[in-house]
Design a protein around this ligand. Structure first.
Ligand code: P6P
Length: 332
């Protein structure tokens, strides 16, 4: 249920029934992510200033050690989630191993695990291009009360209970799903409140935007090369427009609003592509599918892939349903 100018807090309460297990834990988990995102947003928005200050040496003007923003974002999300008795484990692009959260009673009673890319595209910070946080939430599969294990994280994307992203762009938005559609909330920085600005977001079935790093063209599989040529030929609604920001969240967010396709294919040098299955592709795939789009590796549904490693990569084709199916038709 949505209504104009609803705040994220009101939305969570009014849609509590949508959350599986209705224990309130997942609501509190989304609320924690909301808070951490505000804190990260504050740091991202002053990054340029800090860089100028910090550029004088290894420390900034206050004598503090200058922390890379993605490390800062990682610590902000981990600390916020750890202190709220909701998750039993966290996996992050910034940490080689998953983090076990024992809970204040050291009894491992919490039931959710979070996988995240705390600041995707952070190399864009230095050139003032938008970046994002991506998160994926599962219910643990091992018994409550026992330490979380790798098995709790290596779940296929089709078992996600929630997923979302925060885009730190011209405005800061939190976009997420709990399996009942996709809704976007825009932060009013003056009030520190997120308002429902994009209710029931839908991926158009078709689009005329394709997003891929064409610098890798010679390394792409023949099917991807053939599809890129298809996008560029003068026929029907083509040539399409090429738009590639180099920030996964920004490229997919734009394509979801306007219609389009994002591709990070396998290459001869990186046979599994670059993007990470667990905390980049699965959450973006969950959102995409919930908005009526499609996400595959060119052959298989992303969310059906059974993970074997925490940081495993996968080729990623994501966007408007008919465009993804067109790419798949080019793949042997
Ligand atoms: P390339 C950012 O590093 C990222 O993980 C995604 O956000 C982005 O879409 C992609 O990599 C860009 O990679 O190789 O085109 O620079």
């Amino acid at each position: 249920m949505t209504r104009k100018n609803q705040t994220l807090g009101e939305f969570i309460i009014e849609n509590q029934k949508d959350f599986p297990y209705a224990s309130g834990e997942l609501s509190r988990l989304i609320n924690s992510i909301r808070l951490a995102a505000k804190m990260v947003n504050h740091e991202v928005n002053k990054a340029g200033l800090v860089d100028i200050t910090g550029a004088a040496g290894e420390t900034n003007i206050q004598g503090e050690d200058q922390q890379k923003l993605d490390v800062l974002a990682n610590e902000t999300f981990i600390n916020t989630l750890t202190n709220r008795e909701i998750v039993c484990g966290i996996a992050s692009e910034e940490n080689d191993e998953f983090i076990t959260i024992k809970g204040q009673k050291n009894d491992h009673r919490n039931n959710y695990v979070v996988l995240m890319d705390p600041l995707d595209g952070s190399s864009n910070i230095d050139v003032n291009v938008s970046v994002g946080t991506i998160f994926s939430i599962y219910r643990r599969v091992t018994p409550t009360g026992t330490p979380v294990t790798l098995e709790d994280f290596l779940q296929p994307g089709n078992l996600q209970v929630a997923a979302g992203y925060i885009i730190y762009g011209t405005s800061t938005m939190l976009v997420y799903t709990t399996g009942h559609g996709v809704n976007g909330f825009t932060l009013n920085p003056a009030l520190g409140t997120y308002y429902l600005s994009h209710p029931n977001m839908r991926f158009p079935d078709d689009g005329t935007i394709y997003s891929v790093n064409e610098g890798n063209y010679i390394h792409f599989p023949q099917g991807i090369k053939d599809y890129i040529k298809y996008c560029q030929e003068e026929k029907e609604d083509r040539p399409y427009t090429s738009r590639y920001i180099g920030s996964l969240v920004s490229d997919i967010h734009r394509n979801m609003i306007k219609g389009g396709i994002y591709m990070y294919p396998s290459t001869s040098t990186s046979p599994n592509g670059k993007l990470r299955l667990l905390y980049e592709c699965n959450p973006m795939a969950f959102i995409t599918e919930q908005a009526g789009g499609k996400a595959s590796d060119g052959y298989r549904r992303i969310m059906d892939i059974k993970p074997t490693e925490l940081h495993e990569r996968t080729p990623f084709i994501c966007g408007s349903k008919n465009m993804v199916e067109k790419v798949e038709s080019f793949m042997e």
